[in-house]
Write a protein that binds this ligand. Sequence first.
Ligand SMILES: [Mg+2]
Length: 270
Amino acid sequence: MNHLFSNLEQVKKVVLTPAFGLIFDVDGTIAEIAPTAEEVKVTPGCQKYLRSLVPRLPLVAAISGRLIKVLRELVGVDGIVYNGNHGLERWVGGRIEVRPEAQPYIAKIRVVIEELGPVLKPLGVKFEDKGAGLVFHYRTLPNREEVKETILKAIDRSPAAQAFHIDKARAVIELRPPLEISKGSVVRELIEGYHLKSAVYLGDDVADIDAFDTIRSLSRGAEFQGLAIGVVGEETPPEVTEHVDLVLRGVSEVEAFLGWLDETIPSKTG
Ligand SMILES: [Mg+2]
């Protein structure tokens, strides 16, 4: 494993190429993993350096499975392009932008809510509107198994709901657009959309592999230089390190790397 801090000359070449973008995962990368999602906190050091880097780079972006509203609060830095809900939504210019392929699903969710609201809400089912998706919460109801069956039957009878992928793996039922969106496709879009000539991607998990592969395959051309940086520790799945160029050990070293970037990236002139 090549450690990032042993290869600073290589890293410097990438980060000092103009139109450099910084793209990262959140949980396990700039925030330590905690027993529950609510306990996760981004380190104050990471926040400080990100805040300082945002005005100096064409793109600072976060990609996470969390919803934008949660993600923005968690990272707490303005000017970051937040990509939430597995890339279905993006926070840019002060508002949530739902990706074009997901757009048609917003109207479909409205129809689902109109159709199923009168049937399910009186039973105590809570609807969490995710824009292009919808979550039915029923876990706290006393007759939850019965309610779950009623929800699934109602979905079965609704043509609008049938347009969605139905996820009933957890103690909720979720309608999600049946789209092939990954961290990799988001990374590619960001690099192209922001006309980046170089970028790094930092991530810690198997969900990031596709983003690592994307940044490395784009780097094969002469037009773009990128680095896939794995944030590794005791529990890192071995396949993660097979897909990265360089590694950092844990969130504390990510913080040190952001501090180094903060010193290395020149201030914007003119
Ligand atoms: Mg992660």
